[in-house]
Design a protein around this ligand. Structure first.
Ligand code: TYM
Length: 337
């Protein structure tokens, strides 16, 4: 890992056991590519998962499943640092300092929080959910990340992170790198297969609208074949007029490593059925070995544990250094004998 490489960091929640296609195409796929070009840190954000009610055993199991999926997707612990957020206590420690730098109004304007809290009602909404973006800022700033590969739904959180970094630097002196969001426009928003007006999401999608990577592959292929399209027949990318077909073209191009333009040409004069059948096969071919590799990591807890322990150690070395500087800058007394 060359020291002069720019640094990236990103995270994914371990909430529902399986990642979905939006997680993979919007984020994890970029993580795999960037381990070759960047000093890369990727983590399973179990602290964030706790912002909604979790069964303890399920959370523990899901964190392992999430880590196994990251490895199965192609993250290589020799090339990047893979770890579990709660293994590095500095995340929560920096989050407190940043909480004290964040305006209440500023945090209240986060749209993900507003959406979720409206859905759940004020009493079921935790203070943890409210400060979720601040913890995310701590995740990023601890590693002095240059870039953060995420899907489009995280853009506002990245903006808050930049504001907090600049505020801290202005008040206490240059400490943090102000990070850029790294969002691939083509795959920033994979939509629901049954309702292409909304993003594919663990919380909002119906079972038929979401492709979970660990589901039975044939059932996922079937979901592609029954994706909602339109009454036209031409296979052309047009997000506004043909959102369903456009989403399928995006998924196809990304999974098959080609371009939407090439697919439009290839399917000229062919029907929606042909496109769906072929994409279902492409998905099947990708997801089947992915699922097998995930299972292999889960069946070998010794290897998984040691990868995660090593990752935590590498992450902590960086995080502890930043936190020590922050503690010094804000005026905390150093413990001395
Ligand atoms: P999470 O776990 O909700 O999602 C993980 C990643 O998947 C992306 N994503 C999508 N991309 C395209 N289309 C979709 N339909 C779609 N659905 C999800 C998300 O944008 C995300 O990149 N807050 C983060 C986790 C986090 C984090 C961090 C990320 C915590 N700390 C620090 C970066 C840096 C989240 O909830 O991701």
């Amino acid at each position: 890992m060359a020291l002069d490489r720019p640094r990236v960091l990103s995270g994914i929640q371990p909430t529902s056991g399986s990642f979905h296609l939006g997680n993979y195409l919007g984020a994890v796929r970029q993580w795999v590519a960037q381990q070759e070009t960047h000093d890369a840190f990727y983590m399973v954000v179990d602290l964030h998962a706790l912002t909604v009610v979790q069964d303890a055993e399920a959370l523990r199991a899901n964190a392992r499943i999430a880590a196994a999926q990251l490895l199965a997707a192609g993250l290589d612990p020799e090339r990047c640092t893979v770890f579990i957020q709660s293994h590095v206590p500095e995340h929560a420690q920096l989050a407190w300092v940043l909480n004290c730098l964040t305006g209440f109004g500023e945090a209240s304007r986060m749209t993900q929080f507003k959406d979720k809290s409206v859905k759940q009602g004020a009493d079921r909404t935790t203070v943890g959910l409210f400060t979720y973006p601040v913890l995310m800022a701590a995740d990023i700033l601890l590693y002095r990340s240059d870039a953060v590969p995420v899907g489009g739904d995280q853009r506002q959180h990245l903006e808050l992170t930049r504001v907090l970094a600049e505020r801290f630097n202005a008040r206490y002196g240059e400490t943090f790198t102000v990070p850029d969001a790294f969002i691939v426009p083509e795959t920033a928003r994979i939509t629901d297969l049954q309702d292409p007006s909304v993003k594919m999401s663990k919380s909002a999608s119906t079972p038929k609208g979401i492709v979970n990577l660990l589901d039975e592959p044939r059932s996922s292929a079937k979901k592609i074949r029954s994706a909602v399209t339109d009454t036209d027949t031409v296979i052309r990318y047009d997000e506004e007029k043909k959102p369903g077909i456009s989403n399928l073209l995006t998924i196809y191009a990304s999974l098959a490593d080609t371009t939407v333009a090439e697919l439009e040409q290839r399917y000229e004069g062919k029907g929606y059925g042909a496109l769906k059948t072929d994409l279902a096969d492409v998905l099947l071919d990708w997801v089947t070995p992915f699922r097998d590799r995930t299972r292999e990591y889960l069946d070998d807890p010794g290897t998984l544990n040691s990868i995660l322990a090593q990752g935590a150690e590498k992450a902590r070395a960086v995080a502890a250094e930043t936190l020590a500087l922050v503690y010094e800058r804000v005026g905390f007394l150093t413990a001395k004998h």
